[in-house]
Design a protein around this ligand. Structure first.
Ligand code: ADP
Length: 410
């Protein structure tokens, strides 16, 4: 690796999109980023954003991930950035029980990712398309897979086991895996550094609240419980996902509407949550504005979301033996004064209390402590999954093992 190679290209491939960013090590913001959209459709295009915010949108010759990556690499060549890359980090949705941390991509690891892909049929195949295209185009550069599930592989069996006949877990890998692991791992490390917690003895609750949302209980740097399950559908009320739902209710709904399991699953992922409750939007900001105008369904949507969140936070406390901090992150956690206020109000029984003024002041990507004196610490810390992926990729490319918590945080 050239000594001048100090940047990581982070790639996140969806089924019809490809997001990328070029991150210098030790920095929080990309020097180049962008998004290819509508891949697979005739009008596919790719937008590039340079460090100064200058935007260019180009039409793709062919609406494929491979074509988007070739265009990206030619842009990186034009900007003289290709030689500055020390690694590529790929976000991978599901690592099953196979991957407990990030790994160097080799024919063997790619094959293992392929073998766990039936667990995430909407996400892993798209991730693999990006991986294979990038490996073919830049075979000499170390490339690393960073899994959304890996951080939660430290959960004990009682937290990850569904109460169904145990043979199904062994036969079909039906168990809880959890997601948002890269964000939870980043926030856990940031919280230890920012709040000067003892790295060997701490208990943290993290509420990652975005379009997808999850809670994680972190004990001494390790995930011990989380609210998402075998798929990202379980747990909290999200933008368009219902979160926890009685299987009996789902079966009754399927019977009443004549839907197949597949179409019910699609409905539970895309038409429920804040969108289904409000009938208006999946976007928390829009619902807050509607609440202020007195729209009852918008208010109910937010209250159901907050009730479920508080209930999960209370439940996740049982996985810890101490509570040093509750951290809010993600688009809603970082910005919504209202959601933080309504949630913490429901957790008063645990001694958690907000300082109203501090809560009002923290938004728009800032970190800050927002708890009242005497309460366990409540803080807002912006997440940065790209940075975590870049740190892992650089560490593994440099021959080091990616740690559960990045070493430079201590
Ligand atoms: P994703 O999970 O797609 O990464 P984000 O973490 O960006 O999503 O979170 C998106 C959510 O954050 C949306 O519901 C959006 O309305 C919400 N959000 C962003 N800014 C605010 C704000 N100022 N107040 C309330 N909610 C906000």
């Amino acid at each position: 690796m050239a000594s001048s190679a100090t940047r990581v290209l982070v790639i996140n491939c969806g089924s019809s999109s490809l997001k990328f960013s070029v991150l210098p090590l030790q920095e929080n913001t990309p020097v180049f980023s962008g998004l290819a959209e509508r891949l697979g459709q005739p009008e596919a295009s790719m937008t590039f954003v340079e460090a100064q915010g200058e935007k260019t949108t180009l039409v793709l010759d062919e609406p494929s991930h491979r074509c988007a990556l070739s265009l990206l690499f030619s842009q990186l060549t034009r900007l003289n950035m290709l030689g500055s890359l020390c690694a590529i980090g790929h976000r991978v949705a599901h690592g099953g029980s196979e991957f407990t941390h990030s790994v160097l991509l080799t024919p063997e690891t790619v094959d293992k990712i392929r073998r766990v892909s039936p667990l995430a049929p909407l996400h892993n195949p798209a991730n693999l398309i990006g991986i294979e295209a990038a490996l073919a185009l830049l075979p000499e550069l170390p490339q690393v897979a960073v899994f959304d599930t890996a951080f939660h592989q430290t959960m004990p069996p009682e937290a990850y086991t569904y109460a169904i006949p145990l043979e199904f877990q062994q036969r079909y890998q039906i168990r809880r895996y959890g997601f948002h692991g890269t964000s939870h791992r980043y926030i856990a490390a940031e919280a230890v550094a920012y709040l000067q917690l003892d790295p060997a003895h701490h208990g943290i609750l993290i509420a990652h609240l975005g379009n997808g949302s999850s809670v994680c209980a972190v004990k001494n740097g390790r995930s011990v419980d989380t609210s998402m399950g075998m798929t990202p559908l379980e747990g909290l009320v999200m933008g368009t996902r219902c979160g926890d739902l009685d299987l009996g209710a789902a079966a009754w709904l399927a019977k009443c509407t004549g839907q197949s399991i597949e179409s019910l699953c699609h409905l539970a992922n895309t038409q429920c949550g804040l969108l289904g409750l409000s009938g208006l939007s999946s976007d928390c900001r829009t619902l807050q504005a509607a609440c202020e105008k007195g729209v009852p369904r918008a208010r109910l949507a937010i209250e159901v979301m907050v009730h479920r969140l508080a209930r999960h936070l209370g439940g996740h406390l049982a996985a810890l033996d101490r509570l040093d901090a509750l951290i809010f992150t993600g688009g809603i956690g970082e910005n919504s004064v209202l959601v933080r206020e309504l949630t913490v109000r429901r957790l008063a029984v645990f001694g958690l209390r907000l300082d109203e003024q501090k809560n009002l002041a923290i938004r728009g990507g800032q970190s800050g402590v927002i708890s009242a004196p005497g309460s366990p610490v409540i803080a807002v810390i912006p997440t940065n999954e790209e940075k975590m992926i870049a740190e892992d990729a650089a560490a593994i490319a440099g021959g080091r093992q990616a740690t559960l918590l990045p070493a430079n945080h201590f």
